[in-house]
Design a protein around this ligand. Sequence first.
Ligand code: NAP
Ligand code: ZN
Ligand code: ZN
Length: 348
Amino acid sequence: MSQTKAYAAQSATSPLAPHTIERRNPKPHDVAIEILYCGICHSDLHTARNEWHGTVYPVVPGHEIVGRVTAVGAHVKKFKVGDLAGVGCLVDSCRECDHCKEGLQQYCTGGATFTYNSNDKDSPGLQTYGGYSKHVVVNEDFVLHVSDKLPLAGVAPLLCAGITTYSPLRHWKVGKGTRVGVLGLGGLGHMGVKLAVAMGAEVTMLSHSKHKEPDAKKLGAHKFVLTTDEEQLKSVTGYFDFILDTVSAAHDYNFYLGLLRTNGVMVCVGAPDAPASIPAFNLIFGRKSIAGSLIGGIPETQEMLDFCAKHNIVSDIELINIKDINEAYERMLKGDVRYRFVIDMATL
Ligand code: NAP
Ligand code: ZN
Ligand code: ZN
């Protein structure tokens, strides 16, 4: 075991603060990575504050990790010392169930091991600790190749915000001719816009923040609709084939189902704690669907990273010192982030 500097929350109400964790020594199939940048996902905040319940403290969040390989186990084939590497939300899975065999490790029926706040199969009795730390050790099957052509700090958020939006866009075959509405312009939403535009769709930003309109257009959105403006909403009633809902706070799904045309699909990736109440008639009339989607499996995450390298897509970020992380959380809650905070891990 080796000691690693980190930032952790000790309880749902305590701010994140310096903390020391133990990382295992690399085993034959492990890759050791010095973390250079780690993105801040709203899921980090939900977890640090126990909004989804089930957080085990201390918790070290962070699942948008990029860095450089510092050591590899004897049997590692995919990486060598000095390579760039990425780690997203998953660090292991059962590898035997149908989902794992299909590369859908996020739906592993044996229970996937998430990058933080999961039981660590490799260190029984301990939780996994995420990327708000100096180093991480991960089995090579869950480490991604990262392009050296893109600005590295902007690549970090692809590991969660990127794959979480890419996966449903691909699954529902979004492309040329699809009318897409992206609901919520935050970390996930801004990646959803960039990716859907790159896939050839007609993209409308659906936001409750008027001041984000110029940014939405800069990100490539073809239209902007202020969801608090009734007239603007009327113009897109029954309009969309596909809505990607990235909103982090409780909201009324029925309101947005009305924006779908017949056969339209609304995919929820935003994960507020509050339950939804949807009358069947809101789906029956128009044969509409409401669906969910969880991050993406390892092969699709690599596909997304390669797609982004090919199309020159990175996240728009604000780089922060790790000591400012609690302020970053508060700003994220206020929607005051353009459009992802990324921690410069050199500041730890
Ligand atoms: P974020 O950067 O904070 O963005 C959330 C956006 O939601 C805000 O920018 C805002 O957009 C909108 N919003 C916030 N409060 C709202 C309210 N009260 N009413 C309406 N809109 C509101 O968060 P994120 O990192 O993108 O994450 C978004 C959600 O996805 C979180 O719940 C996160 O846990 C979840 N998530 C899920 C997965 C998955 O696998 N399914 C993966 C990662 C994250 P506007 O100002 O434009 O309205
Ligand atoms: Zn995330
Ligand atoms: Zn499995």
